[in-house]
Design a binder for this molecule. Structure first.
Ligand code: GDP
Length: 466
């Protein structure tokens, strides 16, 4: 009888999910660090947290305890939860330092089993949650796996021609002087490649003239900062692009650049996607819509292009090349507009509508692939209160908080959000004024106030506590 029971117990153990891997991504400053810190914080306080009403296992009183556990994948740096929460719940709180590379954390949650059949054999179980944080910019490298160096260079040249009509940049002037058929020293290659890095960064973030943030490691190099593998750039001389490279010497500039590009693809891009696609079960993509809206039409348009490119990483249909090259296992994708505390609650719905409209095309494709997709408007750390106040002679719902730069309490009306996409002509009429808020000072109980983190938890892991 005892043996039978043990066998049943083993079968039950095998039937219950023991591990779920969640990847968190988003472009720089989208709010990944704040999100992971809050995600872990909510779970670590399940027993003494205010109810997380939409996170069913907590509402049902079945989560017993959570602890941070040490993980076994020692090649990935640790996400520094203690440090991040230390910044936030402090006498003089600050936002923690942002993500610059990949990192990982692991939580172990003990819970009471719900399923009545399983409960006959076993009452409790545990779930290991791996949380992987990586820069969204790295996803933009996926298309490179299918492009030769020549094809990638032609694509860059095309985009430069389309977008940068006014003055040429220092990098373009410098690269126009190069003799691609001859060898060039490593130092010179590094210098020109730094010029290319500066060009993509400034034209994307400052001038909003160029939207190809590629290669992704050029924007956020992580542990590859300063490594020679990142010293290359596209050939934008159309004569060279249309010539035959076969007869060129192996040490010619163009061949050296081609070799480095191929090395980057093989040693950096492919292993990253392999590790990522084959292990991750659930993905959350954070989008800072407010930054998008604050920056004007061109900024919005660049951001939309970049996010749609980034979402192509999840278009793996049955016969798709991605599916053949890797073995992706993501079954749920959450796209969340972060920092919702910048707008009063009545504007959350229009904000979600805007997010959905901005990514409509990509969302349709992903849903078609059978991935369960959800959009939400959230705040990892709620820094404001909604208040009614007068704005330009009208009583309106505003948000009240401490402004980050001045340290003063302010009441802000951020503007009326539109649920629909805004055309270039309409844009002028829409005046947005989103300001940065500081972390509130009264978080002494160690629990981060949030908006809809319980819905996030339910979507990402709720089904794992059976
Ligand atoms: P990362 O680069 O994606 O890791 O971004 P961070 O998590 O470091 O967030 C960048 C900045 O956005 C922070 O320093 C905060 O100023 C702000 N931020 C992030 N999340 C929130 C939030 O939930 N509410 C508010 N008000 N600001 C946030």
């Amino acid at each position: 009888m005892k043996r039978l029971f043990n066998t049943a117990e083993q079968l039950v153990e095998r039937g219950i999910d023991k591990r779920v891997r969640i990847a968190v991504t988003g472009l720089s400053k989208a709010g990944k660090t704040a999100f992971i810190t809050s995600f872990m914080n909510q779970l670590l306080h399940v027993t003494d947290n205010d109810p997380l009403p939409f996170f069913k296992p907590v509402k049902e009183g079945r989560l017993l305890a959570t602890k941070v556990s040490s993980y076994d994948e020692l090649h990935i740096p640790e996400f520094k939860y203690k440090q991040s929460i230390g910044y936030l719940v402090n006498d003089q709180p600050e936002w923690p330092p942002s993500t610059t590379g990949i990192s990982q954390a692991q939580l172990d949650v003990r819970y009471r089993i719900k399923n009545e059949w399983i409960r006959k054999v076993q009452k409790k179980s545990h779930l290991t949650i791996d949380i992987i944080d990586y820069p969204g910019e790295w996803l933009l490298d996926l298309p490179l796996l299918r492009l030769s160096y020549k094809e990638w260079s032609s694509q860059c040249l095309e985009l430069i021609k389309q977008n940068i009509s006014t003055s040429t940049t220092a990098w373009q002037e410098e690269s126009a002087q190069l003799v691609y058929q001859q060898a060039l020293s490593d130092e010179n290659i590094a210098e020109i490649s730094n010029g290319y890095k500066a060009f993509i960064k400034t034209s994307f973030t400052n001038d909003h003239t160029y939207n190809l943030l590629q290669p992704g490691r050029f924007i956020l190099p992580g542990e590859l900062e300063g490594a020679p593998v990142l010293d290359f750039f596209p050939v934008t001389d159309s004569n060279i692009l249309h010539s035959d490279w076969d007869s060129l010497a192996q040490d010619s500039l163009v061949k050296t650049l081609e070799k480095r590009y191929n090395y980057y693809k093989k040693k950096i891009v492919k292993p990253f996607f392999k590790e990522y696609f084959e292990k991750v079960d659930r993905q959350i993509l954070l989008v800072d819509c407010l930054e998008v809206l604050n920056g004007g039409y061109q900024n919005y348009s660049n951001m939309q292009f970049t996010l749609i490119e980034l979402l192509k990483s999840f278009h793996y249909g049955q016969s798709n090349w991605l599916k053949r090259m890797f073995n992706p296992s993501i079954d749920k994708l959450l796209i969340a507009a972060t920092k919702a505390d910048h707008v009063p609650p009545e504007q959350h719905r229009p904000l979600e509508g805007f997010l959905q409209a901005m990514l409509q095309e990509a969302r349709n494709d992903i849903q078609y692939q059978g991935i369960e997709l959800e959009t939400m408007v959230i705040s990892s750390v709620k820094t404001t209160e909604a208040v009614m106040a007068e704005h330009k002679g009208q009583k309106l719902m505003c948000v009240k908080g401490i402004e980050l730069e001045s340290g003063e309490e302010v009441i802000n009306y951020p503007g009326k959000l539109s649920e629909e996409l805004i055309t270039r002509n309409d844009w002028q009429e829409h005046q947005y004024d989103f300001i940065n808020f500081a972390v509130p000072e009264n978080l002494t109980n160690g629990i981060l106030p949030h908006i809809r983190m319980d819905k996030v938890l339910q979507f990402l892991i709720g089904d794992k506590f059976r």
